[in-house]
Design a protein around this ligand. Structure first.
Ligand code: ACO
Length: 322
């Protein structure tokens, strides 16, 4: 069976760096507290002229260049984001125009930090059905614009950026995406989200910023992520000991370490960049994949396990042979 393969990866990070010491001047926090609880040392913040769509387009161009694929060959663009440039149209439409992918239909997926994994799974279905030949999957966020910079419980966690992958049908048996597994628990919408802004008491605009019950998110994530990766591994017929690399949504270093320990996978197998970027939601998984790819870590035939979790709660796992 010929499976979906990743032909190229790309990413984009804004140049402005916000360090933990910068945050110490903004809220009552400390660098050591942030590092010990999350693993984050700094994060990137988009410039005023940058947006989710401009960063997504930059990441997409990098991925297309690496894949050697012309934008006109792309049949579908799916962008995972919760911080689109407009309520409508989809930011994927801005990306389509910006990169000149005139033959692609394009839409956004709202699945929070699991957005790019959901998008990967959707694209896989279109590719496997033969309906399309090439897809562009992107995750991009400008979380800095929905962060409450006065709330120390959330503002230390998030960052901006974009990651992308170009997908196609493989030409070799056994290589490519072996399994994806997705889940949602809508009874947990209250533990993490960004309520729409609305006029509150005295007409002051309220909402529109990230709200999170951190402890509950932490407990839930550390419970369900090993299960979903286990499920994807079972579907793929691969055992945890065969995993060569873990590409994980970078939510929190402690969450990732706990999941790896649970799966019995050594931490060295997981590409970590949370120290430099913080949690970039749907962007984080494709940025991480792009870094590992460009560093030459991923060798032909390697088994890669992916995992992500986000507001919804939404979560997923995937297994591929590079
Ligand atoms: N600096 C200093 N102190 C802080 C900060 C901060 N930035 N934030 C909270 N505190 C304080 C709290 O007020 C509390 O003080 P108290 O004991 O006087 O009440 C104390 O630190 C402990 O707070 P907790 O919330 O219990 O700290 P915890 O160890 O749970 O760590 C954290 C908080 C890092 C948010 C953790 O719960 C976590 O990682 N949760 C997962 C959330 C997550 O990863 N979200 C990412 C987005 S969701 C996603 O991507 C899936």
């Amino acid at each position: 069976m010929l499976r979906t393969v990743i032909l190229g990866t790309g990413s984009y990070s804004p140049s402005r760096v916000l360090t933990n010491s910068d945050l110490e001047k903004m809220v009552a926090t400390s660098g050591p507290w942030i590092v010990s609880r999350t693993g984050i040392e700094e994060r990137r913040v988009a410039a005023p002229e940058e947006s989710t769509a401009t960063m997504a387009a930059a990441a997409a161009r990098n991925a297309l260049a690496l894949a050697g694929v012309d934008p006109l060959e792309i049949d579908m663009i799916i962008l995972g984001t919760v911080t689109g440039d407009a309520m409508t149209p989809a930011s994927a439409a801005y990306v389509q125009a910006a990169i000149g992918a005139a033959n692609a239909f394009a839409f956004d997926v709202s699945a929070a930090c699991a957005g790019s994994l959901y998008a990967l799974s959707i694209a896989d279905q279109f590719l496997q059905s033969g309906k399309i030949r090439r897809a562009l999957v992107i995750g991009a966020e400008t979380l800095s614009r929905v962060t409450d910079w006065t709330n120390r419980e959330t503002c230390v966690l998030f960052g901006d950026g974009a990651g992308a992958m170009v997908l196609g049908r493989g030409e070799e048996e056994g290589r490519g995406l072996l399994a994806t597994s997705l889940r949602t628990d809508g009874s947990l919408t209250g533990i993490l989200g960004i309520p729409r802004p609305s006029a509150g008491a005295e007409g002051v605009l309220e909402g529109g910023k990230i709200k999170m019950k951190g402890r509950e998110v932490y407990k839930f994530a550390t419970r369900v992520l090993p299960e979903i990766v286990g499920e994807a591994l079972a579907q793929a017929g691969v055992s945890p000991s065969e995993i060569d690399h873990v590409i994980a949504h970078q939510a929190n270093a402690r969450i990732i370490e706990s999941v790896l320990a649970n799966l019995g996978v050594p931490v060295e197998k997981c590409w970590m960049n949370i120290a430099r970027f913080g949690n970039t939601s749907s962007a984080s998984l494709p940025i991480t994949l792009d870094e590992a790819n460009r560093a030459g870590r991923l060798k032909k035939g390697d088994v890669i396990a992916m995992m992500a979790i986000g507001a919804g709660m939404t979560w997923g796992g995937a297994v591929m042979r590079w």
